[in-house]
Design a protein around this ligand. Sequence first.
Ligand SMILES: Nc1nc2c(ncn2[C@@H]2O[C@H](COP(=O)(O)OP(=O)(O)OP(=O)(O)O)[C@@H](O)[C@H]2O)c(=O)[nH]1
Ligand SMILES: [Mg+2]
Length: 347
Amino acid sequence: MKFIDETKIRVIGGDGGRGCVSFHREKFISRGGPDGGNGGAGGDVIAVADAQLTTLLDLRYHKECKAGRGQHGMGSDCHGRRGEDFIVKVPVGTIVRDARTGETIGDLDKAGDRVVLAAGGRGGKGNAHFVSSTNRSPRFAQPGEPGEDRELEIELRLLADVGIIGVPNAGKSTLISVISAVRPKIADYPFTTLVPNLGVVSYDEGKSFVVADIPGLIEGAHQGHGLGDKFLRHVTRTSVLIHLLDASRIDPKNPLADWSTINRELALFDEEVGTKPQIVVANKIDIPEARENAMVLEKNLPDSYRPLHLISAVTGEGVKALVQKVGMQLERAKRVKGEEAGDAAGS
Ligand SMILES: Nc1nc2c(ncn2[C@@H]2O[C@H](COP(=O)(O)OP(=O)(O)OP(=O)(O)O)[C@@H](O)[C@H]2O)c(=O)[nH]1
Ligand SMILES: [Mg+2]
């Protein structure tokens, strides 16, 4: 299935129904009072986060979403029915912005979250509403109001706890395939992965986290080189990054080359992504010399990024320990977040 993570749509709330001008008519009653009912309100266009969806693809085919109009008011004090709402299903992690002002309208980060994208217009009042001591038989009613009409930018940011980033061919997809149930394409050439993959990783008993494997990054990704850096939006909400390096490619004379290149691209994409906690991992240590080169890398890494983790996604060496470490780091991050939230509530 095609993966779409940004699109534009137009949303239009339903128009309100017209109020009615009517007078009571009955046999033997010569001048009945006004009895025109109110028009019904127009329906709303509402976005609902649906856990079954993983892409914005459906919206590509549904560029315009219009809710139903309210029914006009009728005689005998009958009010018009409300227009039908138009429900737009979006994946969890969808952010909605007004295309003109850039204002964020909604951030649907939990399944079932709802946001009104375009409100329906109010229904007009019927003439019965306008009866007063000075005007006992008004001959006018209100028109319905038009529904809201706006252009929206829709963006999807996958909700993952952990992002796997690194140069092309480092083994990111191989790693996600051995720690979760997803089976992405794996091949010995750069840019095998074209769209992010999400997997659920179980560790300990009953505990799990969600990991995202994103397409490889190269120098100049922020200028669009390779596949560009737009997929980094999917790691903006993660708590931890696994920075995966291909140990067989480490040059002992310049061991930090790949690592620094990627870090530069992260920082150029977004300051927050650039400073996210990173677990640095050297993969492919089953290849001769890879292990030695990884040791050189480890010596050159800044203290805060040590220890370097050595793994082979193919033989499985070091993989379980890595998953445990990621799990522990996530739990710590959650505790800190909880404490911060507690502090904020307490103060
Ligand atoms: N020897 C060895 N080869 C590996 C290991 N992990 C991955 N590979 C191989 O490295 C190649 C690239 O693996 P992928 O998992 O597709 O790499 P990727 O990082 O997802 O690459 P892109 O999607 O192109 O960015 C494949 O041929 C894998 O079989 C490993 O631990 N040891
Ligand atoms: Mg891949």
